[in-house]
Design a protein around this ligand. Structure first.
Ligand SMILES: [Zn+2]
Length: 409
């Protein structure tokens, strides 16, 4: 009787069956590894895990000093190897972005695993509180992971059907900044001052002056200096209902023909078929690629025949959440790194937790010693901003060198 009653109660639940990625995340397969499993590991197990990821073996590996591949001597007390050829010792993190690490490997893995599990990212400040380590330590560690993704993951040409789109990020718009009443009311639409719209008559000649039509309040004319454009290119997956499979990102100043072409030449092969919106910046694609289709967004998001840039828009949504909701307006200089992070999170959305951790470490450990974050806490900062049209010097943040406070009067 009781069974029948509970069965009847359960009948209508869940009301709507979850499909796609949401269904995956609720399934058993989504979680095959957890912080508990990391807790059970010894420091030696952590070395073994990284050796497997890095070299595919904990027995045979290349020496980072001389390159000899052999079964080098294992020194179990130091958790290091001694090279059979040159006699130098090395650890599993020698010559990788984790070179010169101060934290135990197990702790690094715990922090990295916590970061991996955030859907749209995880702030360094939160991880600092979770694991009781200093903020600069976590900040540089996370940026080394992003560097690994930017240099290892966000590379290589795509082929097949790709969607391309741009997204404005950072640098607040005028309507977000001024003339905004409090208590959630909508801001008034900006209007041109009356005197600019009125005709003026020259008192001497009687000639009439004045604007033929009002000056356009377009976004490029009013673009703030720290506004950037994120360009995204996504390859459509071949299995139905699974969405896009590969993502490439780059940062530009504006959505111009130059920046869009630079992005396409870097990441798309000439046999590609590209779908974009009707922005005139993409007009040169017809000559460059096998096929170029456009979707007019004022008419619809898809024409029902496969012309849509919805996969690219889907990435944009995650990137927006990352920038506005998690990292709260990251600096212009490092926006490229955050974009690479978002691309990786989007592409690994259907991977189990353990697989994701190994996937990330594989890319991160493949790029060698950190080129951008080594010595960061000692004041060695990257001086350039990475743009698709070429790097450009980034102004340093904070007070200039040698700044001293003014003496009080
Ligand atoms: Zn050696």
């Amino acid at each position: 009787m009781e069974l029948a009653a509970s069965g009847a109660g359960r009948k209508n639940f869940p009301l709507r069956k979850r499909t796609g990625t949401a269904a995956f995340h609720l399934s058993r397969e989504a979680v095959d590894f957890g912080q508990d499993d990391l807790e059970k590991m010894s420091e030696r197990d952590a070395v073994g895990l990284l050796a497997q990821v890095n070299w595919g073996s904990a027995k045979e590996m290349p020496c980072p000093h001389c390159g000899t591949i052999d079964t080098h001597y294992w020194r179990s007390r130091e958790l290091r190897w001694k090279c059979k050829c040159c006699g130098k010792t090395f650890s599993v993190t020698s010559g990788t972005v984790f070179h010169d690490r101060k934290l135990p490997l197990k702790k690094i893995l715990k922090i990295v695993y916590g970061w991996v599990n955030g859907a749209s990212g995880k702030p360094a400040l939160q991880l600092r509180r979770d694991w009781n380590v200093s903020y600069p330590t976590v900040f540089t560690l996370l940026h080394k992971l992003r560097e690994g993704l930017a240099r290892g993951f966000n590379t290589g040409m795509l082929s097949g059907v790709q969607e391309m789109d741009g997204l404005d990020l950072l640098g607040r718009r005028y309507k977000e900044k001024r003339n905004r009443p409090q208590r959630g009311k909508k801001a008034a639409k900006p209007t041109l001052p009356e005197e600019l719209l009125r005709e003026r008559i020259d008192p001497e000649t009687g000639e009439i002056f004045g604007p033929e039509k009002p000056i356009k309040l377009d976004k490029t004319a009013r673009q703030p200096a720290d506004r950037r454009l994120l360009l995204v290119m996504r390859r459509r997956g071949t299995s139905k209902g699974k969405g896009a499979s590969d993502t490439r990102v780059a940062i530009a100043i504006t959505e111009s023909a130059t920046s869009v072409m630079a992005m396409a030449k870097r990441f798309a092969s000439t046999e590609s078929s590209i779908v974009s919106d009707e922005d005139p910046a993409y007009s040169g694609f017809r000559q460059l690629f096998n096929e170029h289709r456009t979707i007019n967004h004022s008419e619809g998001y898809s024409d029902g025949r496969g012309t849509s840039s919805n996969q690219a828009e889907s990435f944009n949504a995650r990137m927006k959440r990352l920038v506005r909701g998690i990292y709260l307006n990251p600096s212009v200089k490092y926006l490229h790194s955050y974009a690479a992070e978002a691309a990786w999170r989007e592409d690994t959305r259907r991977m189990s937790t353990g697989k994701k951790l190994r996937h990330l470490l594989g890319f991160v450990m493949s790029v060698g010693i950190s080129a951008w974050w080594k010595g960061y806490t000692h004041g060695e900062h990257r001086s350039t901003e990475l743009l698709v049209t070429g790097d450009r010097p980034a102004p340093p943040r904070g007070r200039p060198k040698g700044w001293t406070p003014k003496a009080p009067r």
